[in-house]
Design a protein around this ligand. Structure first.
Ligand code: GLN
Length: 263
């Protein structure tokens, strides 16, 4: 009888030890620990979105988002590696583990939040319609009816055009041209292949500033909020990102960075 009791107690003790070992020794490493072990953080972005991310004369990717990414890398004490991916491929790259975070002027949407976790918002923006400067017939959303419209695939500009023009029968689905990069959409606009490009207002204004053959013809109030995305469940990394953003906002440094990049 006593022997039986001893066996039961032994089993319980062994099970307890195994459980404790499992949680403390074999526990899945957190995202931060993995990044620190690598010695670098891989940040995914789409470098066609000035002044958040763009390629400068030296071929380097720079911008407001890149400065924020630098602060995150600094806080982690690791090097920063930037990977330039077309916007549509950013969330898949995060899910497959190719990048550790995404910072790309990405709007926090309900749909995206089903796939990834977002930081606190760090910027607010609307949409805008870009046309050739000498164009006089596009001055409102209604004027887009029957036109050929370029968007960057998978962006909120794409969703806005689909929901407000295609689904309402104002623009034919085949007249919405979806491009991987904004730069290609704008080239097509200049060649006359499309009538307008819908994109986030801050980037639209930057493109127009750089190219005086273009103008912003319409502003579409959407009040979108940009957030940094991480893989779902990477709470330790998300907490650190939020801390960096909160510090930047509270200290007034974010305002300085915005001034630096928007002029
Ligand atoms: N804010 C837009 C979106 O999230 C566009 C971002 C971008 O093109 N980089 O869809």
């Amino acid at each position: 009888m006593q022997k039986k009791l001893l066996v039961v107690i032994s089993i319980i003790v062994i099970a307890a030890i195994v459980t404790i070992l499992y949680f403390y020794v074999f526990k899945e490493k957190g995202a931060i620990e993995k990044i620190k072990e690598k010695g670098y953080i891989v940040v995914g972005t789409s470098a066609d979105f000035p002044p958040f991310e763009m390629v400068d004369e030296k071929g380097e990717i720079v911008g407001l988002d890149i400065d924020i990414a630098k602060k995150i890398a600094e806080k982690l004490g690791v090097k920063l590696v930037i990977r330039d991916i077309k916007f549509e491929g950013l969330i898949p790259a995060l899910l497959s583990g190719d990048v550790d975070l995404v910072i790309a002027g990405m709007t926090i949407t309900e749909e995206r939040a089903k796939a990834v976790d977002f930081s606190i918002p760090y910027f607010e923006a609307d949409q805008a319609v870009i046309v050739l400067k000498d164009r006089t017939d596009i001055n409102s959303v209604e004027d887009l009816a029957g036109k050929k419209i370029g968007v960057q695939e998978g962006t909120t500009g794409d969703f806005w055009v689909t929901d407000n023009l295609v689904k309402k029968g104002k623009v034919k689905e085949e007249d919405v041209k979806r491009y991987g990069k904004f730069t290609v959409a704008l080239l097509e606009l200049k060649k006359g292949g499309i009538d307008a490009v819908v994109m986030d207002k801050p980037a639209a204004e930057m493109y127009v500033k750089l190219d005086n053959s273009l103008k912003v013809a319409v502003v579409i109030k959407t009040g979108e909020k940009y957030g940094i995305a991480v893989k779902k469940g990477n709470k330790d990394l998300l907490d650190l990102i939020n801390k960096v953003l909160e510090e930047l906002i509270k200290s007034g440094e974010m305002e300085k960075l915005i001034k630096k990049w928007f002029g």
